[in-house]
Ligand binder design. Structure first.
Ligand code: BGC
Length: 459
């Protein structure tokens, strides 16, 4: 269906559909300790030998901390209507709590003003993985006080920016923070503990609830949560595969949306975590389940799932021999986006949704003379996924916007600079930005509100 966007189809999106691109502070800003900022766990992690590919760090990244004005000009040139970015908590509160570092706040205040002057709506995420190191020293997400720390940090930003910022999100992808950061250790803070992972996940959700609640006291606009959803499909017809799908889905997708929107965990988690799954105080769920104005969904891939031995969910991902895979080894599967949006509506009702990330790392050729980067696979990826979203909207899902991941090639966390997700190429030696063909193509889609999706690709 959505695999080949049909020519001649009317692809216009609803009026006011928010077309944009996304980034995250640690992945693009560089200068992590500038102007009085404290270190984050990511700066510390990347400076620990052996933790990132080639020892890559975010010390320079895309130098956006100094080139933000030029980057906003580029967004305008591309015709973006919105820009999703995150704030680095330890620029605002160098010790994680208490003292505010005005210079850090000023950076984001200037960025927001510049976006607004250029007609670009800011979507601000409070936390995209770069926890202040000072808070990690106090237990980080394992400390129940993190809910108060996070609400206080949010309040600092709401007071400074609400009104100029009208779309807020608390946390980006709590699943990745806990699975990567506390269970398997590939991401900061690099812990590997089956006992810690559910505690960190639960406290992240308590922090989400506390910051969303604090927003209602200070803010007047929209507040949401951003999750990554990976739909699970059974590898075969066996009851074992069906049960594996249930476990994988509960672990990765429902673990966060269920408490946030339904006030409970899916039953499977008790079985999945066994003796590492605590009894949670009932009152925690009242804190976690706050009224939200939207949910942000990040979608990259699906997984075809069988019973297996991955921990904790006891599944295996079955590679598809005829599938197309990206440079990060993720299957390209646009239909999964339609399917998950329909599942979301069926399960959680008519809450508005923004696709807050979607994109792909592919091998890009060098910048050609005349400043061209031919990236047909990325363009094709974006096109098919936009078509999949259009299908979901036609089926009644309230999707209000789309943020391509990413505006710029950037630091892919532990994988360093080895994977390029940008629609704009970044030369890390000179910091020159070159819009790839996919960016040029996306510009036209935005300008036509989707209509040009039905045009054949230009190559
Ligand atoms: C994250 C991004 C990351 C992207 C690609 C998402 O999980 O929010 O920070 O770069 O996926 O891996």
């Amino acid at each position: 269906m959505s695999d080949a966007p049909a020519q001649g189809r009317d692809f216009r999106f609803p009026d006011g559909f928010l077309w944009g691109a996304a980034t995250a502070a640690h992945q693009i800003e560089g200068s992590p300790l500038a102007d009085g900022a404290g270190p984050s766990i990511w700066t510390r992690f990347a400076h620990t030998p052996g933790m990132t590919l080639n020892g890559d760090t975010g010390d320079v990244a895309c130098d956006h901390y100094r080139r933000w004005k030029q980057d906003v000009a580029l967004m305008r040139e591309l015709g973006l209507k919105a820009y999703r970015f995150s704030v680095s908590w330890s620029r605002i509160h160098p010790e994680g709590t208490g003292r505010v570092n005005q210079a850090g706040l000023d950076f984001y205040s200037r960025l927001v003003d510049e976006l607004l002057e250029n007609g670009i709506e800011p979507l601000l995420t409070l936390f995209h993985w770069d926890l202040p190191a000072a808070l990690d020293d106090r237990g980080g997400w394992l400390n129940r006080d993190c809910a108060d720390w996070f609400a206080d940090y949010g309040t600092t930003l709401y007071r400074a920016l609400d009104g100029r910022v009208k779309k807020w999100a608390t946390i980006n992808e709590p699943w990745v923070v806990t699975d990567g950061g506390y269970l398997h250790g590939a991401l900061a803070p690099g812990h590997r503990s089956r006992y810690e992972a559910p505690i960190a996940a639960h406290n992240l959700m308590r922090a989400h609830g506390a910051a969303a609640q604090a927003y209602r006291a200070e803010g007047r606009h929209e507040m949401g949560l951003v999750v990554n959803i990976e739909p699970k499909y059974p590898a075969g017809d066996s009851p074992e595969d069906a049960a594996a799908v249930r476990r994988a889905h509960a672990y990765m997708n429902e673990q966060f949306l269920h408490p946030a929107l339904l006030g409970r965990y899916p039953d499977e988690l008790k079985d999945i975590f066994g003796d590492a799954w605590p009894e949670w105080p009932a009152e925690d769920f009242a804190l976690i389940r706050q009224p939200l104005d939207f949910v942000g969904i990040n979608y990259y891939t699906r997984s075809v799932t069988a019973a297996g031995d991955s921990y904790p969910q006891r599944t295996a991902v079955v590679r598809q021999p005829l599938g197309t895979y990206t440079e990060t080894g993720w299957e390209v599967f646009p239909q999964g986006l339609t399917d998950l949006l329909l599942w979301f509506k069926d399960t959680y009702g008519d809450l508005p949704v923004y696709i807050t990330e979607n994109g792909a790392a592919f091998f890009d050729p060098p910048v050609a003379e005349g400043g061209r980067v031919r990236d047909p696979l990325r363009t094709d990826y974006l096109r098919k996924h936009l078509s999949a979203i259009h299908d979901a909207i036609a089926a009644g899902v309230d999707v209000r916007g789309y943020m391509a991941w990413s505006l710029l090639d950037n630091l892919e966390w532990s994988l360093g600079y080895s994977k390029r997700f940008g629609i704009v190429h970044v030369n890390y030696g000179t910091q020159e930005r070159t819009p790839k063909d996919s960016a040029r193509w996306y510009s036209k889609v935005i300008a036509s509100n989707g209509r040009t999706l039905s045009d054949p690709l230009p190559y």
